[in-house]
Ligand binder design. Sequence first.
Ligand code: AMP
Ligand code: GLY
Length: 433
Amino acid sequence: MNVLVVGSGGREHAFVDVLSRSSGVGRIYAAPGNGGMAGLAECVPVPVTDVEGLIGLAQAQEVGLVVVGPEGPLVAGLVDALEAVGIPTLGPSKAAAQLEGSKAFCKDLCRRARIPTAAYKTFNSAAEALSYCEGHDRWPSVIKADGLAAGKGVVIVHDSTMAIAAVRDMMLNKHFGDAGDRIVIEDFLVGEELSMIALVDGETVAVLEPSRDHKAAFDGDKGPNTGGMGAFSPTRLLTNRIYEQIEERVLLPTVHALAGAGTPYRGILYAGLMLTADGPYVLEFNVRGGDPEMEVLLPRLKSDALALFLAAATGTLDDFGAVEWNPQHACGVVIADGGYPGPVTKGLSISGTDAAAELDDVFVYHAGTKLENGQLVTNGGRVLCVTGLGDSLQAARDKAYEAVSLIHFENMRCRSDIGWRELTDQASMAGAG
Ligand code: AMP
Ligand code: GLY
């Protein structure tokens, strides 16, 4: 079967890579793909926003499964368009993708389905939000732009001056465009963060192995938030009890609520959770795989990726059986441009990726790269994600950094401490036991 992966990041490279190991896969297409997929997939320069172009490509190449990576096309309705012409697609409908497309939709669904999440209020008018902030006295609080803001639309505020500035920024100065026309203000939650990612087929939930990412730009989890500077899997933060709580209190009620509303969820469902003293609370849902979480999960997948993704896309996960995993640990280190998450330089020559990828138990996933006259050059903020496998997190991390040391481009930067909390035993075991 021919498959099409939509997107161009490290996550999509990981999809291409894992699908290339499925015996049932024929040709792999990536739209638009990146400089590292060339050997495994044919990269076709169709942007992820070009719905007609993607349908045309899938039909012309007789694609039997489309895997959509990023949230933008999901929230815009790409899956509805592909399924309308009969192409099975791993990803939720436009209606179900509102779970990520609107924080207010997500919070209202949690409230209706009694899914634990921080207490909140939604505001459609700046005047109301500003007056609420003036009278508010529970700090810190969290202010969130309702719409998609590339992971940057969340501000933690410590007093009313900060809160007012954040509201002005979002609602009046339109810092996040239309995404800030509506905002959510919610209570600040204390605990450890954990991502749980599951495949969902409308009804059945197949929870993937747990993973954790590092969002902060610099070592010690300092600096501005990014899309993610590294990740690891599994994590000992996830005890059986917490796993069951997440499945029973969060994932199943979410899937049932969406099915009950006539908008069943099919695709990858990512719950961003805070493990509080009262158990797991939802921080957000993403309607896609995490990046770089997928770059540490997919190298550990032992089940056949094509069969698994098809089962989720076509409503047959129940027949699939248990998802199988390589018991090894995975640690992924993102190599970024020196300016990331601020302005970045593009077009810098990259060396060493082939040598790194030749190491045993190493996966070099490309993100912001492209081939220019045969030379691999940088083409974005997050440039590569280098994943190592090992029998312990420490071994996986050593492997990843050994590979990173072989790679070079001007002004490259990565965190040197991926997995540090877990390794230094500093993870507070909130809710564990
Ligand atoms: P979100 O995009 O909603 O997941 O928020 C991005 C980041 O902001 C999360 O990964 C948390 O670190 C932080 N955050 C969001 N909501 C809260 C909250 N209610 N309490 C504490 N931290 C939060
Ligand atoms: N790594 C966080 C995300 O993909 O949203």
